[in-house]
Write a protein that binds this ligand. Structure first.
Ligand code: FUL
Length: 485
């Protein structure tokens, strides 16, 4: 019966019906997967470190009591006597500033150890503090872990106290012995600082860095090793808290040498052809000195904000030093400044004028129903990104925020790359309502912040990417108002 009705239909209707049934039963098209990464890419530990944005340093030791920056190594341990040392107070100061990783100078150049190292008499064990039974490193890691804060340690290679210094085998053994104590007795250590500094007249000494790095990774698998030459994090090349306008996480590790001042400009900029992912860390002190001095004061808020824009806003992590004082506490003035600093950052960045706006791009990988649409840059999700479908012949790739509220003024532009897929952007330009506001932009990286000269109101903001290592991947584009300028 059914066949009879079917056969009685005209042929064209039969074909049309067959075609409709077939196309309705076809499975929906599969979404395009992400594009290939552009190597090198960060490790999980490097990525975690980068997302912290601000971390904290504590310089504390005999210098705190002698009003000096570089101790001689001849200080008596008897001078180390903080009357009210409270590492929980240090950590509270850090968490109030939004910091999730804190680094302590376990041993500075003077060789005095803040833990009772069995390889020296020059330590807290021979000081009057807690009758020689104290351990600042222990107190520090305990206070940090009870607030969920990660810990890093600084162990100065240059040691002006130990008699083995200058004897290559003996001192490398001594150093490895101390490093072993720190990496095995204090739980998880997230960062280790191998400082390249030494005085011009320092005794000649060859450090066996490869032995140190090897043992460190063996004992703490997820640690990040910092030094002038990485292997995981590199010095930014200055101590002013400012990265370069061009700031690559890529570099060629084979070109680096610890303590070589001639490499500073290479360290600052990094290298777009670098084979290794070794991102820059910007270390700077909240005060003029690294150690506490009675007559010094914390930097004003606007200077700290400037540092933030020039470090975090240039693809770096800011390592901010806050030196505890003679009593063993972070001074009230520094705590107050840290609070103001956090409040200022939150005030500026918690409100994004671009949030939820319409976003258009030169093209979108997988089309407008794909997973890589332009809207991803304004969805508030760190893990999504826009990437184009194809090469653009003229003018490069572009992405544009549209339909912005012309009454909402902004003076900060924030651009973020999906760096877990490789750092790519080499040259870009920023336009506000068709006018160029940033002409010679270079790298972006984890975060690029531009402070405009004055607040503007606009309907459109466009980023043009003129040169890139492979197709660009933008994870965020934000517009903010900074009232502190
Ligand atoms: C430098 C050292 O000489 C300073 O005293 C300070 O520790 C700074 C973080 O690194 O190289």
């Amino acid at each position: 019966m059914r066949a009879t009705i079917w056969n009685s239909l005209p042929l064209f209707l039969q074909l049309l019906l067959q075609f409709t049934v077939l196309s309705l039963s076809k499975p929906p098209p599969l979404p395009l997967p992400p594009p290939l990464p552009v190597l090198p890419v960060p490790t999980a530990s490097q990525l975690k470190w980068q997302r912290r944005e601000i971390i904290m340093f504590y310089h504390f030791g005999v210098n705190t009591f002698t009003n000096s920056e570089w101790g001689t190594g001849h200080e008596s341990p008897l001078i180390f006597n903080p009357t009210a040392l409270n590492t929980s107070q240090w950590i509270t100061a850090a968490t109030a500033a939004g910091v999730s990783l804190v680094i302590l100078t376990a041993k500075h150049h003077d060789g005095f150890c803040l833990w009772p190292s069995r390889y020296t008499h020059h330590s807290v064990a021979h000081s009057p503090w807690m009758d020689g039974n104290g351990d600042v490193v222990r107190d520090f890691v305990t206070a940090a872990s009870s607030s969920g804060t990660d810990v890093g340690l600084y162990l100065s290679p240059w040691d002006r106290h130990d008699r083995t210094y200058g004897h290559d085998v003996a001192y490398n053994e001594h150093y490895l012995g101390q490093l072993y104590e720190l990496l095995t007795n204090y739980g998880k250590i997230s960062e280790i600082w191998f400082d390249g500094a030494k005085g011009a007249n320092a005794t000649n000494m060859t450090y066996n860095f490869q032995d140190w790095f090897g043992m460190t990774k063996q004992l703490q698998g997820s640690i990040n090793i910092f030094s002038d030459a990485g292997p995981d994090l590199r010095w930014v090349g200055d101590e002013t808290g400012a990265a370069g306008e061009t700031s690559w996480s890529l570099i060629n590790r084979t070109r680096l040498r610890i303590g070589d001042a001639s490499l500073e400009s290479y360290l600052i900029a990094g290298d777009p052809r670098g084979a290794d992912w070794v991102p820059p860390e910007c270390d700077v002190s909240i005060r003029p000195g690294w150690f506490w001095h009675e007559d010094e004061k914390p930097k004003p808020l606007n200077q700290l904000l400037d540092i933030y824009y020039k470090s975090v806003g240039r693809n770096c992590v800011l390592l901010l030093n806050v030196p505890p004082n003679k009593t063993g506490l972070v001074s009230d003035g520094d705590i107050q400044r840290l609070r103001e600093f956090r409040l200022a950052i939150d005030t500026i960045f918690n409100h994004d004028i671009a949030g939820g706006s319409v976003v258009k791009a030169s093209s979108e990988r997988g089309g407008k129903w794909g997973a890589f649409t332009a809207n991803n840059v304004a969805d508030g999700e760190a893990g999504t990104y826009w990437t184009p479908a194809k090469e653009e012949k003229k003018g490069g790739f572009w992405i544009e925020l549209r339909g912005l509220n012309p009454r909402s003024k902004f003076n900060v532009v924030r651009i973020e790359e999906a760096i877990w897929m490789g750092q790519r952007i080499r040259r870009h330009r920023v336009y506000v309502d068709g006018h160029v506001v940033v002409r010679n932009g270079t790298t972006v990286g984890h975060k690029r912040l531009y402070r405009l000269r004055r607040p503007v109101a606009a309907r459109r903001v466009r980023i043009r990417i003129l040169k890139s290592r492979g197709p660009p991947l933008l994870s965020a584009l934000g517009l903010h108002f900074d009232p502190y300028g």
